[in-house]
Design a protein around this ligand. Structure first.
Ligand code: DON
Length: 572
């Protein structure tokens, strides 16, 4: 009797352990789906994407619907007053395209428009208010995506956003808090901005409040009925131009009328037999990502522990070299020759590997001219979508800073970007704090400011394997690198790869940052001994990489929302 009770208990414990093991494995892989997956920062938006897929839309329809929805529910970064990029890959032809709807400088912009009489850079001017705004690209970009690759009608993918704006949506705690804290960031936000993002009775927003945006609903309705023409030539263009004129901004109706979104050829590379497809200029993201992967391919990272000092050292060195090249060479390829081919070549990576000391960090300042780097704003958003045919879309779009420029053009409800801050704002001037003064990214009329956004697809044996990307200014490129390495070199399931602590080095400032949790005293000491300058901060949170992995064996989709922002992965 006693013996069989013992066996029974042993059996139960075994089942519990197996169950525990199984659940953990499931959890780490993220949310599973067979027919479609949408992962974004916001659950309203992800649900809208899934609804679109269920009603017969393809991944492009869903991605555009998610983009419009985020402009309503996540105004800190989701937008129609900003710009961004979208990588789309078609399963039948195995071809991919890169949509560029990056903002551009207004026609009257000049290289030194943010300098004072003494030629000192006045940061507030490129960050806040009307002068900071670039000509928005999102609406043109979404229209281009729908015209060329969508299945549904334009109005079908905007309607859900119109409803959310007009009838309102429930604020979660984070969103309510972000609205309540806007006056900390925007001392000089416009009256219209504060009218839109505060309650009429002046009280604080609370979790569960319904947030209604009537003006935005009206603007979205105009766009739904008249297409991008309403935004770039019609009533909205008129209102934006008037607002600019009234408050000393540069954007005119002609600038808006001139704006075009482009289909570009993605930048591509390989890493341990996987194909990498990412964003070409005017983003630096894809080029720098491929450069780093090429460098790292020559060191077999997977041989060691993920957080071994030798591994972090090699990754940091690769980051430094790629960010040095980014600073030196990159800008809008429609305005100057950018050596993308060279930078993404295996031979360039080999040259760089020859300069990397396995045991010693190269001080950034010895690598070439110094480059001044502005502390970049940390708000943008990335989302990933795949449909049942395997059409895959990676979208990263932004208004640059948290709630952009703090300008809402009167009567439109549209929050405008502060993307002009991504140009090199002080010609020829570089230092070790972060401003870059090199020529390719100086301000010129109608030029696009250099971005770091890196919407990326990883392909295995001709099929999409991963969809990823992130916000985070320059850290974006490194976040995407961290995620790809975690999956490919360290065999992590996608949710683990997203959750794992990230690291960042941008060449200048010469600083290696690690997210909390990866840092142990011992690790810091080892890295310092190699010559790295470390900054330990428990508040450092790097990126927000809402990603999808497709299991090549089963074809199942695994969606991993990034917990750093409590994002939402929905599959079906
Ligand atoms: O285009 C860029 O690279 C920047 N404007 C992105 C800013 C950003 O990611 C801020 N977000 N977290």
């Amino acid at each position: 009797m006693r013996k069989s009770w013992g066996f029974f208990r042993f059996f139960i414990i075994l089942i519990l352990l197996a169950n525990q093991f199984f659940c953990t494995a499931q959890e780490n892989k993220g949310v599973v789906g067979k027919n479609g997956m949408v992962v974004s920062v916001d659950e309203y938006a992800s649900q809208i994407g899934i609804d679109i897929l269920k009603k017969g839309g393809n991944a492009v329809d869903a991605a555009v619907a998610v983009g419009f929805a985020l402009a309503v529910t996540f105004p800190a970064a989701g937008n129609i007053g900003g710009g961004g990029f979208m990588i789309i890959r078609f399963p039948d032809t195995e071809e991919a395209v890169a949509l560029d709807f990056r903002e551009m400088a207004p026609g009257q912009a000049t290289p030194d428009m943010y300098l004072d009489e003494k030629r000192d850079y006045v940061e507030e001017r490129s960050l806040f208010g009307h002068l900071a705004v670039g000509v928005p690209g999102t609406v043109k970009g979404f229209e281009l995506a729908m015209e060329k690759y969508g299945n549904l009608k334009w109005v079908d993918v905007i309607e859900p956003a119109i409803e959310l704006a007009g009838k309102g949506f429930k604020l979660n705690e984070r969103r309510a808090d972000s609205f309540n804290r806007l006056n900390e960031r925007f001392e000089q936000g416009t009256k219209e901005f504060f009218r839109v993002f505060s309650k009429p009775d002046g009280s604080e927003f609370k979790e569960g409040d319904i947030f209604i945006q009537k003006d935005l609903a009206r603007s979205l309705r105009l766009i739904a009925e008249h297409g991008s023409q309403a935004f770039y030539n019609g009533e909205i263009a008129e209102l934006i131009a008037q607002d600019m004129k009234k408050h000393g901004g540069l954007i005119t109706k002609e600038d808006l009328g001139k704006y075009e979104a482009f289909v570009r050829k993605p930048v591509t590379g390989t890493y341990h037999g996987y194909q990498i497809i990412s964003m070409p200029p005017p983003s630096s993201g894809g080029t720098a990502l491929i450069e780093m992967l090429n460098i790292l391919e020559g060191f077999d990272l997977g041989q060691k522990e993920r957080y071994a000092p030798e591994i972090l050292h090699l990754i940091a060195e690769a980051m430094k070299f790629a960010f040095f090249d980014r600073a030196k060479y990159m800008g809008d390829s429609d305005f100057s020759e950018i050596p993308v081919k060279l930078l993404t070549s295996k031979s360039h990576a080999e040259d760089i590997r020859g300069k990397i000391d396995l045991k010693k960090a190269i001080p950034s300042a010895t690598m070439g001219e110094e480059i001044l780097t502005i502390e970049e704003a940390k708000e943008t958003t990335h989302y990933s979508v795949i449909d049942k045919e395997g059409l895959a879309v990676a979208t990263t779009y932004t208004i640059n800073g948290w709630f952009g420029s703090g300008v809402v053009a009167e009567g439109t409800g549209i929050l405008l970007n502060n993307e002009m801050d991504d140009f090199n704002v002080k010609p020829g001037y570089t230092d070790d704090k972060g401003l870059i003064g090199t020529k390719p990214n100086l301000i010129e009329p109608h030029k696009r400011m250099l971005s770091s956004m890196t919407p990326t697809l990883v392909i295995k044996d001709g099929k999409v394997y991963m969809i990823t990307g992130s916000p985070g200014g320059r850290t974006i490129i490194n976040t995407v690198l961290n995620v790809i390495i975690n999956v490919i070199d360290f065999n992590m399931p996608i949710q683990d790869a997203i959750d794992a602590h990230r690291m960042n080095h941008e060449w200048m400032p010469d600083l290696l940052r690690l997210e909390k949790g990866a840092i142990t005293e011992e690790l810091i000491e080892s890295l310092k001994a190699m010559g790295h300058t470390m900054k330990e901060s428990s508040r450092w949170r790097q990126g927000d990489a809402h990603s999808i992995l497709i299991d090549p064996k089963t074809g199942y989709y695994y969606g991993a929302a990034d917990k750093r922002s409590q994002g939402s992965a929905i599959g079906y």
